[in-house]
Design a protein around this ligand. Structure first.
Ligand code: ADP
Ligand code: ADP
Ligand code: ZN
Length: 210
């Protein structure tokens, strides 16, 4: 049987990374995250400059750079969950030209909650596991439960850059939500709930679509 092909839409901090981990475990699919791919290649020279310049400012990295990352990852994937792509209409059109999605899931979360989640987010420098200082703290402050490495705050999770990223989401990615809204594959999940409640709704949504 073929595996699900999914994309998660939602503002920065909506819980895409957190829920992607659950999907990967449940369905044994690839996690394709443009954010992590770009963070691992921040100083890659492209004709548009390096990803770092855009990421540190909270702006979108130019489409050709991200489109290429996604295209290469999709070519190797059986089922997948896309996390952080597409982020504008041009990326959405590109994605539709290279694959058929089973579900487009939109996590709805209020702006106040997003800012609290982003500024409190901590990430393991080694294995990438996500934490939150208040909502999901590690057993020992600043140390990853999974691998014992140090937790760091992302450069772009400061209040100022987080606000800019939320603005960029409204301007560029909300049109993508509206674009998919009228299609059969579209589902909205209340992302403001506790993580296990979001996961229960997400599971139901994927099962219904797949
Ligand atoms: P978050 O999950 O908090 O929204 P990501 O890790 O997905 O953050 O993205 C971090 C940064 O990487 C973005 O602010 C942007 O600069 C860049 N980026 C990630 N995905 C894309 C994309 N699809 N298009 C353009 N830029 C992207
Ligand atoms: P995204 O990938 O969409 O940017 P993350 O999954 O990284 O979002 O989550 C952002 C922050 O919020 C992390 O610190 C994470 O631990 C926390 N978080 C994720 N889901 C929830 C939730 N349902 N309730 C409270 N905090 C959450
Ligand atoms: Zn770790």
């Amino acid at each position: 049987m073929s595996k699900p092909k999914l994309t998660l839409l939602g503002a920065p901090g909506a819980g895409k990374g957190t829920q992607s981990s659950n999907l990967v475990e449940e369905y044994d699919i690839d996690h394709i995250t443009t954010g992590d791919a770009l963070r691992n290649n921040k100083d890659m020279e492209t004709e548009y400059g390096t990803p770092r310049e855009y990421m540190e400012a909270g702006e979108l990295v130019p489409d050709p750079v991200v489109d290429e990352i996604v295209e290469a990852a999709l070519a190797d994937a059986d089922g997948f969950v896309l996390d952080g792509y597409p982020r504008n209409l041009s990326q959405a059109e590109h994605l539709e030209s290279i694959t058929d999605l089973d579900a487009v899931v939109y996590f709805e979360v209020s702006e106040d909650e997003l800012l609290t989640r982003l500024t409190g987010r901590r990430v393991c420098d080694n294995c990438g596991t996500n934490y939150h200082v208040e909502y999901n703290p590690p057993e020992e402050e600043g140390i990853c439960d999974e691998c014992g490495s140090d937790l760091i705050q992302r450069d772009d999770d400061t209040e100022e850059t987080a606000k800019e990223r939320l603005r960029v989401f409204e301007e560029n990615t909300m049109p993508v939500v509206e674009y998919f809204e009228d299609t059969d594959s579209f589902v909205t999940v209340d992302g403001e709930q506790a993580p296990d409640e979001v996961w229960a709704d997400l599971c139901d949504a994927v099962e219904a679509q797949f």
